[in-house]
Design a protein. Structure first.
Length: 107
């Protein structure tokens, strides 16, 4: 007859307690997050401007011209939002501008 393995022991934690030490994060994470968002927003804006330079001088269809207009509007709104301290909104608008500009330069 094969021998059955014993089940693992049951550990009861009373009152949801734990012997693990409490980990406390140091530093001002909100400041770090703001710096990161500002940095990535600047990178997105620079990449969008590069994309617009690539298509400068090309003949664009009416739809493409509308896209360029929308991209510029998103970039202006992004800059305003960052200036007003709304980094999340500024970042989101910069992402939208970048995505549209990527569509324009696709072969």
């Amino acid at each position: 007859m094969p021998v059955k393995p014993c089940p693992p022991p049951i550990v009861v934690i009373k009152n949801g307690g734990s012997d693990e030490p409490i980990v406390e994060l140091k530093g001002d994470t909100s400041t770090e997050q703001a710096s990161y968002e500002r940095f990535t927003t600047e990178q997105l804006t620079a990449a969008t401007e590069e994309n617009l330079k690539k298509i400068a001088g090309h003949e664009l269809s009416a739809t493409q011209q509308e896209m360029v207009s929308q991209i510029k509007q998103f970039m202006e709104q992004s800059k305003s939002a960052v200036t007003e301290g709304d980094l999340n909104r500024g970042h989101n608008l910069a992402v939208k501008a970048r995505l549209l500009s990527d569509e324009l330069v696709k072969p």
